[in-house]
Design a protein around this ligand. Sequence first.
Ligand code: UFG
Length: 333
Amino acid sequence: MSLLVTGGAGFIGSHTCVELLNSGEEIVVMDNFFNSTPKALDGIRQITGRNFKFYEADMLDKSAVDKIFSENNIEQVIHFAGYKCVPESVKKPFLYYSNNIRGTLNILESMEKYGCRKFVFSSSATVYGIPDAVPVREDFPLSAINPYGSTKLIIENLCREMQRADNTLTMILLRYFNPVGAHSSGLIGEAPTGTPNNLMPIVIEKALGKRDRLAVAGNDYPTPDGSCIRDYIHVTDLAKGHVAAVKKARELKGGCPAYNLGTGRGYSVFEILDTFERVNNIDLGYVVGERREGDAPEIYSDPSFAEKELGWKAQLGIEDMCKDAWNFAKKSI
Ligand code: UFG
C-alpha cells in the first residue's frame, strides 16, 4: 500500500515526502515540474536515503493519472498539485479554475475508480478571506477574495459534499498559514521558477543581489509597528502536520475535518526582515513602500484543534525559518 503525493517535487510537497519517508511510509510521487525541478527529488533521496517511484505527469492528463493508480496500490492521496500565485490568478482566472479544479476532479475520479477512499487536501488560510477576528478558528466563515482562493474553496466544498453523500469517505482539509524556511540540510527548499511574489522568496532575491528593491508593503496598518501580521510556519513543521494527517485518515472511518496548520503566533513584516538580517548577518537595505492591494492587517491561526486531534504542534521559530531559508538559497546559487 502506498501514498500518492501529487506535486511532490514542489516546496511543501518535497518536505512532506521527506517526513513521510522518514516515518516509514511508502510513497509514489507525481509532478509535472511546472513550478519545481527534478533536483528536489534528488534532495529527498539524499536526505532520507530512501528511493520511491516517480511519475512525471500532469494531473490534467486523465490517462496518466489513471496509469498511476493502475500500477500501484494507492491507499491515500495527498494532493498538493496546483497553481498558487494570487496576482496571476486575478489576471488569469480561467487558467486557475481549469488547472486546479479539472486536475483535482481527475484525481478524485481515478480514486473512485480504483477504490481509494482517503484524500488529504492542501488547502489554505485563504479560505477565511479577510477574517473579522484573530486567531482564526476552523469554524470561522469561509469566503474567497481572489480566483486562487476560489479554487481552494470550491475543492473544499466538493470534498464536504462528496463526504456527505458517502460517509465512508475520509477527506482531510489542511489549511496552511504562511509556509517559509527550508530543510535544515539545505538540500531542498523553496525554488520558484517564475517571479516570486511572497515575502520570503523576495527577501532571498534581495539578499542574493538578484533584485534592487525590497519594500515593506505599508507601515500604516492598525498593528503595533504598522506592518501586516502573518502566521509564518516552518515548512518542516508543516510537513510533519501531513504525516499526522495521514495517520489520522488511517484511523478515521469517514469524515471531512479541516485543520489549521499554523503556529498560533503572528509576526509583522518588520519582525521578519529584522530577524532575517540579525540571524544571517545581512543588511537587506529594505525600504517602506505602498500597501499591497487586498492585504488583511492581521491573520494568525488558532492551531489548538490540530494539536488536539492530530497530536501535532509546530516546534520551530522564526529564527529557524530565516536561517534555513537563507542556508538553502546560498547552497543553490
Ligand atoms: N510583503 C511585503 N513586501 C513584499 C511582499 C510581501 O511587505 O515585497 C508583505 C505582505 O504585504 C504581507 C506579508 O508580507 O503582509 C506576507 O505576504 P505573502 O505574499 O508572503 O503572503 P500572504 O499572507 O499575502 O499570502 C499567503 C499565501 C497565499 C495564501 C495566504 C493565506 O501566499 O497563497 O497566505 O492567508 F492564500
